[in-house]
Design a binder for this molecule. Structure first.
Ligand SMILES: NC(=O)c1ccc[n+]([C@@H]2O[C@H](COP(=O)([O-])OP(=O)(O)OC[C@H]3O[C@@H](n4cnc5c(N)ncnc54)[C@H](O)[C@@H]3O)[C@@H](O)[C@H]2O)c1
Length: 426
């Protein structure tokens, strides 16, 4: 047993974390029991689990390493990326890791390394038990759907889609995973951070009375920019400089603010009923460099019980900023993590929890619908800011907005923009 196995969030913590948690836990028991009939392999407490990494960039490399740090009876056996240089750098980082155990857990042979846009099919055809999806949001719905068809357990980074069409595809895949008894954990890591888990449990038990209002912020500076190199075609530029393009990452409210919006939904026990938002672009003058995304969003989210949350998401250099959540109740206020004990690094804990779910040594976890709802909460804020119109949850859920090109091809061109002007965007 590794040093992390008995630390951090307990079985009881998870079951009590949210009302939805009870439902997931209950249905998960039924799903897990049915798993043998579905052809999904059962794994005992001591069975070796094999992991594949799809998307070998910064976060994917980090997530794979944290999976190995948290779970010693797991091996990394396969890797894939669109670009060989990214895959090679990731391989080198993990196989030369300073932790001697991680080095031993690295077992990736050349024949299990796959490069290209369609290479996800090859990694899913290997005998891995778990896929870590560290690639980008635009391809998440299609890849997760394929991963469920291939009967793999899943760790997926957030956000899980960039438009409502992708959200519906992802949600359908997550529900299918649940019916097969496949575990799915998402990279909304605060859900695995003891401070948040214990505090939000108390808030939901009435620690600050009835929630009256809240605010959630991610106000930071400009993100990275990779300027186009002469040898890059359009698609390579979009993927390497991904943050700048709405169809790849969903704009800043979706890519980063989803974390804070997820806390809002967690505290409130579900997604908002509507949003009214403003947004624009004052810091990013050049489209080729900064793409077609906004650099500020201000949203007013309203919940079915009439409670409002304000949300700010910004990329402005040289300004005051902050990343936080705060709720105000009839008996006090909370930053959503001030009433919990400290636990394991949540980036490791999420993988410990996933493996415990797969082995049956912890509660069954399928966070697919929950993370899709939080992603759609962010998307509807973007839709409201781009259009200048109030957007309801139903509007967003049934919207046929679909912004990811269906014909990805290195030889085609993918023009940038136009930058949406409120009143005309979608
Ligand atoms: N949970 C967190 O705190 C957290 C932190 C950072 C990033 N992230 C998320 O992680 C994701 C990756 O971010 P990053 O910083 O690692 O980016 P990155 O550019 O370093 O890595 C992304 C990798 O995915 C690869 N890729 C793109 N399309 C692919 C495809 N079709 N098939 C295979 N590989 C493909 C790219 O080539 C690249 O190597 C993003 O969605 C980001 O929002 C989450």
């Amino acid at each position: 047993m590794n040093s992390h196995d008995n630390q951090g969030i307990t079985r009881r913590d998870f079951g009590r974390a949210t009302a939805a948690g009870f439902a997931i836990l209950a249905s998960g028991v039924a799903s897990a029991a049915a798993a043998t009939k579905t052809g999904v392999k059962k794994h005992g407490k001591t069975d070796l689990l094999k992991v594949g990494l799809l998307g070998c960039g910064n976060r994917g490399t980090g997530a794979a390493t944290q999976m190995l740090l948290g779970n010693r009876n797991v091996r990394l056996v396969a890797m894939t990326d669109t670009f060989k240089d990214r895959l090679d750098a990731s391989r080198n980082s993990i196989k030369n890791h300073k932790d001697a155990q991680v080095k031993k857990q690295y077992a990736v042979s050349d024949k299990n390394c796959f490069i290209g846009l369609d290479a996800y099919k090859q990694i899913l055809a290997t005998d891995i038990d778990i896929i870590i999806h560290g690639a980008l949001p635009y391809c998440r719905p299609m890849h997760i759907e394929a991963a469920v068809k291939a009967k793999k357990h899943i760790f997926t980074e957030k956000p899980v889609a960039v438009d409502p069409t992708g959200i519906r595809q992802f949600m359908a895949a997550a529900k299918e995973a649940q019916s097969l008894g496949l575990s799915l954990v998402a990279g909304t890591q605060r859900r695995h951070q003891k401070e948040y888990v214990e505090t939000i449990e108390k808030l939901r038990d009435g620690a600050i009375g009835d929630i009256l209002a809240g605010r959630v912020y991610w106000c930071g500076g400009l993100p990275f920019v990779h300027e186009r190199k002469p040898e890059w075609n359009d698609l390579e530029t979009r993927i390497r400089n991904w943050y700048a393009y709405c169809w790849i990452a969903g704009d800043n409210i979706v890519e980063q603010h989803v974390h804070n919006l997820d806390i809002m939904n967690w505290v409130m026990g579900g997604p908002p009923k509507s949003v009214f938002a403003s947004g624009g672009r004052t810091w990013k003058p050049k489209e080729e460099k900064y793409g077609d995304i906004y650099d500020n969003f201000s949203c007013d989210y309203e919940f079915p019980n009439g409670v409002h949350f304000s949300s700010f998401s910004r990329h402005w250099n040289g300004c005051d900023g902050g990343v936080f959540e705060e709720v105000v109740g009839t008996k006090g206020k909370s930053n959503c993590h001030d009433q919990g004990g400290s636990g394991l690094d949540p980036y490791v804990q999420e993988h410990v929890d996933l493996v415990n779910s797969i082995r049956g040594t912890g509660p069954y976890l399928n966070e697919g619908v929950q993370v899709a709802e939080s992603t759609l909460t962010a998307i509807m804020g973007r839709m409201s800011a781009y259009t200048g119109k109030k957007i309801t949850w139903e509007d967003a859920m049934k919207s046929d907005l679909s912004i990811v090109p269906q014909d990805l091809d290195w030889k085609k061109s993918y023009p940038v923009g136009p930058i949406p002007a409120p009143g005309s965007g979608a």
